[in-house]
Design a protein around this ligand. Sequence first.
Ligand SMILES: Nc1ncnc2c1ncn2[C@@H]1O[C@H](COP(=O)(O)OP(=O)(O)OP(=O)(O)O)[C@@H](O)[C@H]1O
Length: 246
Amino acid sequence: MSALLEVSGISKSFDGFKAINNLSFSINAAELRAVIGPNGAGKTTFMDIVTGKTRPDTGEVLWGATSKSLLKLSEAQIAREGIGRKFQRPTVFEDQSVADNLVMALKADRSPFAVLGWRPTAASRDRVSELATEVGLANQLSRPAGELSHGQKQWLEIGMLLASDPRLLLVDEPAAGMTLAEREQTTTLLCRLAETRAVVVVEHDMDFVRRLNCKVTVLHQGSVLAEGSLDHVTRNPDVIDVYLGR
Ligand SMILES: Nc1ncnc2c1ncn2[C@@H]1O[C@H](COP(=O)(O)OP(=O)(O)OP(=O)(O)O)[C@@H](O)[C@H]1O
């Protein structure tokens, strides 16, 4: 299978400190991948580079079948290429209903000119209920988002990202602050989403990573320390030394 995203030999220093050090790895088109590693390993910086927030000093970030360089694109252009990012804290509009949050996400997906004349249509209403169903919020559409549980807010934000039908979803610590039931539902959701797109999950919670049952990339000091199944990487003495054994 050819790669959807290929990060090749990227490095990034902040004030002389190498946060990312000759990092290379790739993600396939319909793949669930967990990225783990100790604090400061470079996980956030990796996502910042892929989404165009941070520019690497060296290396390449290649995207899609044509291996287009993402480094020449702005953050907005990268988002339009189909890369969505879910930050750790949910950022939904608390006073607005679940449906209105999803409508806003649909609007935001349109070009600025289209938005000027945008009106809700039957098709957009259908899409909103489709998105709500996909993230398990079909029976919450009229509720203000502020009344949702923490987990439900996270799902709503994932639904908002799905409005633009991303081909790659970067998800930062989705399990943090969730109840056990919410974690289980989140696992199911992420696994299902990864059937039709690439989903990269940055996570510290090993139980959650185990449930994802996917390939794991371990970062350390800005490079790949180990890669493979969770069992494979957790048996690696270097991984035990720098991460698990602490
Ligand atoms: N804008 C910045 N300026 C200076 N140093 C930075 C900046 N961004 C990241 N760093 C440093 O780069 C290193 C990697 O940080 P990064 O946030 O990518 O790690 P992480 O793996 O996401 O860690 P955590 O698990 O704690 O979120 C850290 O030492 C951090 O202090």
